[in-house]
Design a protein. Structure first.
Length: 150
């Protein structure tokens, strides 16, 4: 009778229960991992395109404040873009190597007039040949709008 009482009072997990629990936790982690990776990639694209949009707004503001033409020039071969005003370099930003950025602006140059006016257009972001986002510059206001593809 003493042995039965000892067995009934013992609490804990058997090795089988513990193994099955750990296996299920591992399976759930493996299933959830791709979602976390995609979330990180999307966040990375949002941050880059948000930075490009901020630089476009900066160029427009500089053009209005100084009443001088300001340019944002995309140099896809060197993986960078620059913001210039006359001979002055205002910004020089590197495009991460995993991204390719294209533009429908002539000679890949966005020209902000002295009043801040700009021709509308689009910058398209690619990763491994697949479009993953874009920045659309509005025709009337010149304000950039970021769109990130899922």
């Amino acid at each position: 009778m003493g042995i039965r009482r000892v067995l009934k009072e013992q609490q804990g997990w058997t090795l089988v229960e513990l193994s099955l629990t750990l296996a299920m936790i591992g399976l759930l982690a493996i299933l959830a991992l791709p979602a976390f990776v995609q979330w990180g990639d999307r966040l990375d694209r949002e941050l880059f395109l948000g930075g490009l949009a901020a630089d476009l707004r900066f160029a427009q503001t500089q053009a209005r404040l100084t009443e001088e033409e300001t340019l944002l020039v995309l140099d896809a071969s060197k993986h960078r873009y620059t913001v210039k005003q006359g001979d002055h370099l205002l910004r020089n930003e590197k495009i991460p190597s995993r991204f390719q950025l294209t533009s429908n602006y002539p000679r890949s140059r966005v020209i902000f007039r002295r009043s801040g006016q700009v021709r509308g257009g689009t910058f398209v972001l690619y990763t491994r040949g697949k479009r993953v986002g874009r920045v659309v510059v509005q025709v009337a206001s010149g304000r950039p709008r970021v769109e990130v593809d899922p």
